[in-house]
Design a protein around this ligand. Structure first.
Ligand code: SAM
Length: 247
């Protein structure tokens, strides 16, 4: 059975897509996508030998080797331009996903949708999408087995009515807290609009981590420690205000 996380990603692949799943590991997502009709054909890309072999085995066993091509290589290197219209990259850090997209820019021409699931560093990824004219059209946050995951769905600016300027327009919540574009990039423009309980759990846990950092900074002799501490302190206060104002 597909995990809740992969099921959420699968649900964002439009029916009949030509899918490329990068960092596919056991190729669970491409197999499920073809099975459900979300994909009519798929490419499973893997850089590491073990996961690549696991993907080959999974695809053979599923009887889908004619429609799912398993390829070994780094990031989008496994694709030819125009081969896929949806790309999924899941289960890695936002920094790694960003560098995969960045190194494969030429392969993104013709791609209609990116479905990305960073384990950490969502803000880095949102910033990359923003500055490369990919509009964040939806985002989700969910919890599974005690871990919290975010799923970001982006489309090329020319293919959607939405614009990043609109998505990330500063807005006031409650009647006094101003969410700047930078904070929207950090917390998520859609997640802050309709936060669920997982969103609150994530930010409460972020607040705890920040409090720990403050404690260790208070014991530090570094000359920059005080500046860093006051920056974190003001972030903590801001996040607390945001959480208090959201519905
Ligand atoms: N995408 C699957 C999922 O979400 O369940 C597997 C996630 S797994 C934690 C990350 C996979 O990405 C690993 O199998 C790893 O080998 C692969 N990977 C890491 N860097 C990669 C890269 N630059 N290109 C292709 N695959 C990569």
């Amino acid at each position: 059975k597909l995990s809740k996380r992969l099921t959420q990603i699968l649900g964002k692949i439009p029916p009949g897509s030509r899918l490329a799943d990068i960092g596919s590991d056991h190729a669970l997502l491409p197999v499920a996508a073809v099975e459900s009709g979300a994909a009519i054909q798929a490419i499973a890309g893997e850089v590491n030998l073990g996961p690549y072999e696991a993907a080959v085995k999974q695809v053979m066993e599923s009887g889908m080797k004619d429609v799912i091509s398993v390829r070994r290589g780094d990031g989008l290197d496994v694709l030819s331009a125009g081969e896929a219209d949806v790309i999924t990259i899941a289960g890695m850090g936002g920094g790694l996903i960003t560098s995969i997209l960045d190194r494969g820019l030429d392969k993104l021409a013709g791609v209609r949708r990116l479905v990305l699931q960073p384990n950490v560093g969502e803000d880095i990824l949102r910033k990359w999408l923003y500055s490369h004219h990919w509009v964040l059209v939806e985002e989700f946050i969910l919890e599974e087995d005690g871990k919290i995951y975010e799923v970001l769905v982006a489309e090329p600016a020319e293919a959607t009515e939405l614009t990043n300027e609109r998505v990330y327009t500063e807005r006031t919540i409650g009647d006094r807290v101003r969410l700047s574009t930078n904070w929207l990039l950090r917390m998520g423009p859609w997640l802050t609009q309709s936060p669920n309980s997982v969103f609150y759990d994530k930010w409460r846990s972020e607040l705890e981590k920040m409090a720990h950092i403050l404690q260790s900074l208070s014991r530090s002799d570094l000359t920059t420690a005080a500046d860093k501490a006051s920056e974190i302190q003001s972030d903590i206060e801001f996040i607390q205000e945001v959480l208090a104002c959201l519905p």
